[in-house]
Design a protein around this ligand. Structure first.
Ligand SMILES: *[C@@H]1O[C@H](CO)[C@@H](O)[C@H](O)[C@H]1NC(C)=O
Ligand SMILES: *[C@@H]1O[C@H](CO)[C@@H](O)[C@H](O)[C@H]1NC(C)=O
Ligand SMILES: *[C@@H]1O[C@H](CO)[C@@H](O)[C@H](O)[C@H]1NC(C)=O
Ligand SMILES: *[C@@H]1O[C@H](CO)[C@@H](O)[C@H](O)[C@H]1NC(C)=O
Ligand SMILES: *[C@@H]1O[C@H](CO)[C@@H](O)[C@H](O)[C@H]1NC(C)=O
Length: 604
């Protein structure tokens, strides 16, 4: 007897530490509760793949009551109760003895749901990711699958009228401006709304699954099936498959389909086994969100806010940039749009407009007709430029095919593309234009591009050996001016001996302006031009983004880093730093202009 008590105690002590974060209950019975704190318990599904409980958001002391994928390091949220109203420590979700289910704040104030769900006999976190509340007859009173946020999971169905709502940013779960709804006529529509109202702008995407002549040929349900496909089931039983890409075998992956904060509805997969992986995007709609908005109306409704323009990054995700002379209303929430840094004045006294303002070029950028106030025919670029400069109401003009459109503020639904869409001319106060040398000028950009092609080609050599030889060949090209504004890796790892800088993926994404300017492409990755600024200097860098090939990528990365880092010699092109964030592996090199290279090669 004594032995078995001791035995049990020992077992308890051994097992207990592993159980701290999870109470694996198939049925959550009356009287149980969870409290928001740093090491809150959670209620797991029987398989352990999903958990229900509190999750801290970002580095704030606020929590969401949520459901997440519990077996992956990211703990990706697939549902949250209180995105608009995160709660502090001490908040509590409880299934009371008398069958009420509710989330309350630290002062017992009721937060969610409203009204409280009563008559509950038990709750359960199911292996599908659905959290359910049932009465004593096991009839469902509420289920998270029927109250979705921004994500649906395999086996989840969207019925007519049900919708997903994006969040505001990656880390702000407040309601964002995009919705995806399975409309009463049977089409799936993705559209923006005019926050804080529910006013719907024209859709970016509509499935072609409504048939006015034959109602049976119209959509009935949106089904996310177990093998990771998103289908629309028609009333006559036919199936229209929306997704066109899979991973196999499908049971080896976790899936989710999320209406992302940038407006794309994306199907993601995550391998259940293997380390260093991340969610990869298989399919998304709309194809080009910057051009998906066709309305000629006066209002906004484009994916980016007023006075900005939309362009796609290398992964066809939208980026919203402010027009030069404007800055973001909320740097945390770029989609909100931009405000003019300095209002232009019509009272210039004795000065001429050209003494006060300059026209800055922004190639391939345009705003649809809604922001025009005047159109001038058969005008060349210089005349268009002058006409806007002399017109104190004109802030932006666009020129294309001999036509000059003068634009008024705010500019709505702007977009940029590398096709020939003419160019935009932005009127800037002269002092701003000088302070803003980073703003692009099409002519210098072209020159820049030429000068870097050679270097891009050199860096592209895909084998470490060739890279190494080339790198060794272009001696004397080292930039000595790089100031270390980034933290230095202090890891004891051998590859880090050379004081390499650690960059986050986000920093490099910013440095390359969203991986915008490609210098070249090789077997293992793509090289982009980037700029890394410090208070004292601006340095051009070449950033090699390694492809997400698991095995070779990993090896190539380690070999390349250690080879180059160890031979940290002044005569070699310097590896400045790296980024190693899961599947995102990037190498940051000094960037050499053509001039330096030529002077080396020809001994000038
Ligand atoms: C959960 O509780 C219900 C009702 O008491 C019962 O019918 C069901 O079998 C229970 N499920 C499990 C897995 O214990
Ligand atoms: C999210 O954004 C909204 C408005 O933009 C703001 O009021 C709210 O405080 C933000 N939430 C968090 C958790 O930062
Ligand atoms: C979708 O469009 C095509 C032609 O564009 C049409 O033939 C087809 O019947 C449509 N599908 C549905 C379900 O309406
Ligand atoms: C899921 O949908 C796809 C495409 O319609 C289909 O090929 C597949 O068999 C479906 N899987 C299941 C488990 O129903
Ligand atoms: C899937 O469809 C998109 C358009 O929706 C297309 O761009 C892409 O090439 C297709 N992929 C495959 C593998 O067919």
């Amino acid at each position: 007897m004594a032995f078995s008590v001791l035995h049990l105690l020992a077992l308890y002590l051994i097992v207990q530490p592993f159980c701290v974060h999870a109470a694996q209950t198939a049925n959550i019975s009356l009287g149980l509760s969870l409290t928001a704190s740093d090491n809150s318990l959670s209620w797991q599904s029987p398989s352990g793949e999903f958990a229900f409980g509190f999750r801290r958001i970002g580095d704030q002391d606020l929590f969401l009551l949520a459901i997440w994928y519990d077996k992956i390091p990211e703990k990706t949220l697939v549902w949250y109760a209180n995105g608009d109203n995160p709660t502090p420590k001490g908040s509590k979700v409880e299934l009371t003895k008398d069958g009420n289910f509710r989330l309350t704040g630290p002062r017992k104030e009721e937060i969610w749901p409203q009204p409280v769900i009563s008559g509950v006999a038990y709750a359960a976190m199911l292996d599908s990711g659905n959290f359910v509340l049932a009465d004593q007859n096991s009839a469902l009173l509420w289920q998270s699958f029927k109250d979705p946020r921004d994500t649906i999971l395999p086996t989840q169905v969207l019925e007519i009228g049900e919708k997903l709502s994006s969040r505001q940013t990656a880390s702000n779960y407040s309601k964002g401006k995009f919705q995806l709804q399975f409309k009463p006529d049977g089409t799936l529509e993705l559209y923006p709304i005019a926050l804080p109202t529910e006013f719907e702008y024209d859709a970016y995407y509509k499935s072609n699954t409504s048939d006015a002549a034959d109602k049976l040929n119209s959509g009935y349900q949106l089904v996310f099936n177990e093998s990771g496909h998103i289908n629309i089931v028609l009333r006559n039983g036919n199936i229209v498959t929306l997704t066109n890409k899979t991973v196999s075998p499908s049971r080896d992956y976790y899936y989710r389909a999320t209406l992302d904060f940038d407006g794309l509805f994306t199907l993601y997969a995550y391998p259940k086994k293997g380390s260093g992986t991340s969610w990869s995007s298989l399919w998304s709609i709309p194809e080009n969100i910057c051009f998906a908005f066709d309305s000629t109306g006066e209002e906004g409704g484009g994916p980016c806010g007023y006075n900005s323009y939309c362009r796609l990054d290398a992964n066809t995700r939208p980026i919203c940039d402010c027009v030069p002379g404007f800055s973001a209303l909320d740097p945390q929430y770029k989609l909100r749009g931009c405000k003019q840094d300095r209002m232009h004045s019509c009272e210039l006294g004795d000065s001429k407009p050209q003494d006060v303002y300059v026209m800055h070029e922004l190639p391939n950028t345009f705003w649809p007709s809604s922001s025009n106030f005047e159109v001038l025919q058969q005008l060349n670029e210089d005349d268009c430029r002058r006409s806007c400069l002399d017109d104190c109401n004109c802030v932006v003009a666009t020129i294309r095919a001999g036509r000059c459109w003068k634009k008024k503020l705010p500019l709505s639904n702007g977009r940029q593309d590398w096709n020939e869409y003419g160019k935009a001319l932005i009127k800037l106060p002269k002092s701003d234009a000088l302070e803003n040398p980073a703003s692009r000028d099409s002519n210098t950009e072209k020159k820049d591009q030429k000068t870097v092609i050679l270097v891009g080609a050199l860096l592209l050599g895909s084998s470490v050996f060739i890279n190494f030889l080339l790198v060794a060949a272009i001696a004397f090209l080292v930039f000595y001016t790089y100031r270390k504004t980034h933290r230095v890796i202090t890891s004891t790892s051998s590859i880090m001996e050379a004081n390499l800088l650690a960059f986050t993926y986000k920093e490099l994404e910013e440095a390359t302006d969203g991986f915008r300017e490609e210098l070249g492409r090789g077997a293992f990755g793509t090289v982009y031009k980037g700029v890394i600024s410090s208070p004292s200097s601006t340095n051009y860098v070449a950033i090699k983004k390694l492809d997400k090939v698991e095995q070779q990528g990993e090896k190539e990365f380690k070999t390349e880093v250690s080879a180059i880092a160890k031979t940290h010699h002044k005569n070699l092109v310097r590896l400045l730093g790296l980024c190693d964030e899961g599947a995102n592996r990037l190498l940051v090199y000094e960037f050499m202009s053509n001039g330096t290279l030529a002077s080396f090669l020809f001994g000038i």
